[in-house]
Ligand binder design. Sequence first.
Ligand code: ZN
Length: 345
Amino acid sequence: MRAVVAYAPHDLRLEERPEEVEPDEGQVLVRIAAGGICGSDLHYYHNGGFGTVRLKEPMILGHEASAVVAAVGKGVEGLATGDLVAINPSMPCGQCEECQRGLRNHCNDMVFRGSAMRFPHAQGLFRETMIVRSDLLHPVGRGVAAGLAALAEPFAVCLHAVKQAGSVLGKTVLVFGCGPIGCLTIAAARLAGARRVIACDVVEAPLATGERLGADEVVLNDPEAGGLSPYKAGRGRIDVAFDCSGHPAAVASAIDCLRPRGILVAVGLSGSMPFPLPFVVTKELTVVGSFRFDTEFAEAVDLIGSGRIDLSPLISHTYSVDRVIEAFDLAGDRSQSMKVQIDFR
Ligand code: ZN
């Protein structure tokens, strides 16, 4: 069984690992089908981590994946050999204070696949086969492409972000950053009934994908071009802004564009940054964070599996696992790629 293992910055290896073959009670053996490369995977690849999170031992990357059921253990119901499933990478403990409060995405003892936040690291999903607890597997339904099923995880992040805004029904929404999370936030805001969705990025290439996923208008965030000026007019024209870039300039623009009593949802992670707090005061803005997801994973699977939403424009490239390094190099180039996926079959 081969796995994609990060050792150190720019030391990513496709290596042979022992294969587990017999699922125990409540477990399922799966063959990974598609795996999407996310920003955090790229941080491990390029920098060996992000913020204070560092690789301290080799780690299998990946937390966005779909798989095909190969064998089910005793007591597993609702899953059969051959089923396509999305794998939930999030394993809250269910016992701690935050889990007991219903905030399982804030679990004190979270195990999240492909993350070096705890030690030993939680090994990820970029491997040919693995054994998984059956409750983490969500059947996607017949005829759905494996690549679309692997978008359940990032889409869950964005469904959660839109929920953090309260209702966006009938509202004018501005999304900063048209990477995969920005584009999926556009799709999620449309589904939630936003009246108008405007997508904004500092780079031209990703804006086209934002449009294909439902943006009514795309704006290049270039101060000289002044594309956002209509939305900064008066005291601002935007009801809800999502920052999916983590960039200080985007946050400053968002605060300029928001109407009094508007809402800023911070989705993108960044280092510390200057923050225009005086305008939060004088415009009575609400600023809310959004981190990971909980029940939204099942909702994402249902929306994708039922065909209620077509996220296929997001997937720009699919590489065989044999070419995983090429896939990682391309995924880091925003001018060339959007969501790059690895095909493990
Ligand atoms: Zn917990």
